[in-house]
Write a new protein. Structure first.
Length: 460
């Protein structure tokens, strides 16, 4: 754009009392002093030009709220920048700034300051006056140490420090009690910065591409953490306390030196994204992980190796809501019963929905789902007659405690009926319906993945 054209644009903006002016990507190498005439201007975009300096008249834009100077050739800012006392957003990214003027501390209404991709190695002390600043981006600069003044910005919620040369964080960062987003990836950290564990509001933490060898047990203090990235570090193991980050939804540990994973990972029920690629994990972790987070969780919490093609049986029962608790409590011991009665293991998981009880049986070494159904049938049957029916062919002769143990379980269930106001007759009829549902249609159909499907409602 020619000088004449830019002047005409500025005059038109003045006459029309424009509040917004977009002059981006026009190959401007200079901004005329007439820019100061636009006293009504609130938003000015000068990004993607060739500006190497700004005229002092930029400070006359008294009503300016946002100023975008991204992707220019600015090497310094005029002191008059401090006159923009209503400025709330200032984008100076992708320039050549080596120093900021002290006057920048006069921008007391500033909320977002983007200094990404410059040549800064320090910050003025006056920056501590920016008491309303919530977002600060210092990524891709030349910081060897983070200036302590950042610790005075107590309203900060987002702090980006990636791609510098940092190896430590100052203790003053503990003052940033509102911080929820911290990015210190691509730096020179060889240990987890201690101050981070005091930032209890963090929901996003990126420590990727450093040289960190371990996570401290105190990481459990970051109880609000939603996302944790530790890509390409030197981690050899994870602390058990990582299982207490129960809000975690995304965890990326790829490119480390992990050989095992703590069983406490199974406590991260909300985990949706989990990556441990390029780690020397011992078998069977690597193979199981190819099947997803659910397969890993089953293996680590219940010893079920999906790589061995387990038998899985899903059963849904129509059950009054008030009977869910006693039946679920009784079914919780089914796995122990199987250990006593059969040469294989079955894991049982129950969930509830309105009027329904959902049961999932999983076994890595049961002959088939029919055998699983038969054991379940025999486990529930004594609830009807108060008698424990032994499975004579499979109960070890030397196991004399098992009958008494299950009799106590059955007695406990009937005591619960009184507690929950459930009639004995109603309960027995419900158990009969469950038994009919288990047996109807046997042998059960099995797909090629050995997943059994419960038959339809039985007519008993």
């Amino acid at each position: 754009m020619s000088k004449h054209s830019i002047l005409q644009t500025l005059r038109n903006a003045e006459q029309n009392k424009q509040k917004q002016l977009f002059l981006f990507n026009l190959s401007l190498d200079a901004l005329p002093p007439e820019i100061g005439m636009l006293e009504h201007l609130e938003h000015l975009d000068l990004s993607d030009n060739c500006l190497s300096s700004l005229p002092p008249q930029i400070g006359e834009l008294k009503n300016l709220r946002s100023l975008n100077l991204e992707c220019n050739n600015l090497q310094e800012l005029p002191p008059e920048i401090g006159n923009l006392q209503f400025l709330e957003e200032l984008d100076l990214s992708r320039n050549r700034l080596q120093i900021l003027p002290n006057e920048i501390g006069r921008l007391t209404k500033l909320r977002k300051l983007n200094l990404r991709t410059n040549q800064l190695s320090g910050l003025p002390e006056t920056l501590k006056n920016l008491g309303k600043l919530t977002g600060l981006d210092l990524s891709e600069n030349l910081f060897l140490q983070l200036p302590i003044v950042v610790g005075y910005l107590k309203q900060l919620t987002q702090l980006a420090l990636s791609e510098n040369k940092l190896s430590a964080l100052p203790p003053a960062l503990a003052n940033l009690t509102r911080l929820n987003h911290l990015d210190i990836s691509y730096n020179n950290f060889n240990r987890f910065p201690d101050v981070i564990v005091s930032l209890c509001q963090l929901s996003f933490l990126d420590l990727s591409y450093n040289k960190i060898e371990k996570l401290p047990p105190q990481i459990e203090h970051l109880s609000n953490l939603d996302t944790l990235y530790m890509v390409e570090n030197q981690l050899q193991q994870l602390p058990a306390q990582i299982g207490r980050l129960t809000h975690l939804r995304s965890l990326d540990l790829s490119g480390n030196k992990l050989t095992t994973l703590p069983h406490t990972l199974t406590q991260l029920y909300g985990l949706h994204e989990f990556d441990v690629e390029d780690n020397p994990l011992k078998a069977p972790y690597k193979k199981i992980l190819e099947l997803g987070i659910y397969a890993l969780s089953l293996y680590m919490s219940r010893g079920i190796d999906f790589c061995s093609m387990p038998k899985v049986l899903h059963l849904d029962f129509d059950l009054p809501d008030n009977m869910h608790i006693p039946v679920k409590q009784y079914l919780a011991c089914f796995g122990q019963y199987v250990q006593q009665c059969a040469p294989f293991r079955i894991s049982a998981e129950t969930t509830s929905s309105e009027g329904k009880l959902h049961l999932e049986l999983v076994s890595a070494n049961a002959p088939d789902t029919d055998e699983m159904c038969l054991l379940l049938y025999e486990y529930l049957l004594p609830l009807i007659s108060y008698e424990k029916r032994k499975r004579a062919a499979n109960i070890p002769k030397n196991n004399t405690d098992a009958p008494k143990e299950w009799r106590l379980q059955q007695q406990w269930v009937y005591k619960c009926l009184q507690l929950y106001g459930i009639g004995k007759t109603d309960f027995i009829n419900t158990i009969k319906q469950m038994l009919c549902r288990i047996t109807a249609g046997m042998p059960l159909h099995e797909s090629k993945t050995d997943i059994g499907t419960a038959p339809g409602q039985a007519n008993c």
